[in-house]
Design a protein around this ligand. Structure first.
Ligand SMILES: [Zn+2]
Ligand SMILES: [Zn+2]
Length: 142
């Protein structure tokens, strides 16, 4: 199964194949200030499963902390994906993959949340331990 996505203007296109290894929401301050949204929806794929199929020359990047290489279309500013080379995965914005059945599994960095979400998904203080976080969940009473 291949899913296609494009930036806001359509000049850059990507294709992802197989199944995502994770999906969910991130509430961290970096995601919020970069996206301008109260939290973001992500889909995580093995790096080899993500290909730029059109407009690669238009992709710009910004890497603030070394671990997250943010990619966007320089023509429209639309976000495309965030490369995480140390983890061997690529985070593709859920919103640009309309044919992926989005099934969020958790909220990440919920300790930084500014927008409370009422659902039954686990809410991690930061990240799961397998990707370098504490693995702790916020108080269930929240
Ligand atoms: Zn664009
Ligand atoms: Zn984040």
């Amino acid at each position: 199964m291949t899913h296609k996505g494009s930036c806001f203007c359509g000049a850059v296109e990507i294709a992802v194949s197989g199944d995502p290894v994770d999906m969910g929401y991130c509430h961290c301050q970096s995601c919020r200030s970069y996206s301008g949204a109260p939290f973001v929806a992500f889909t995580i794929w093995p790096s080899d499963n993500v290909a730029v199929t059109k407009g690669a020359e238009l992709i710009g990047g910004y890497n603030k902390v070394g671990t997250s290489d943010r990619k966007y279309c320089t023509q429209c500013g639309g976000h495309m994906f965030i490369d995480h080379p140390k983890l061997g995965v690529v985070d593709v914005r859920a919103a640009i993959l309309p044919t992926v059945d989005f099934e969020p599994k958790a909220h990440l960095s919920y300790a930084e949340a500014v927008f409370a979400v009422s659902d039954d998904l686990p809410k991690f203080v930061d990240f799961p331990a397998e990707i370098g976080g504490s693995g702790k969940l916020v108080d269930a009473a929240d």
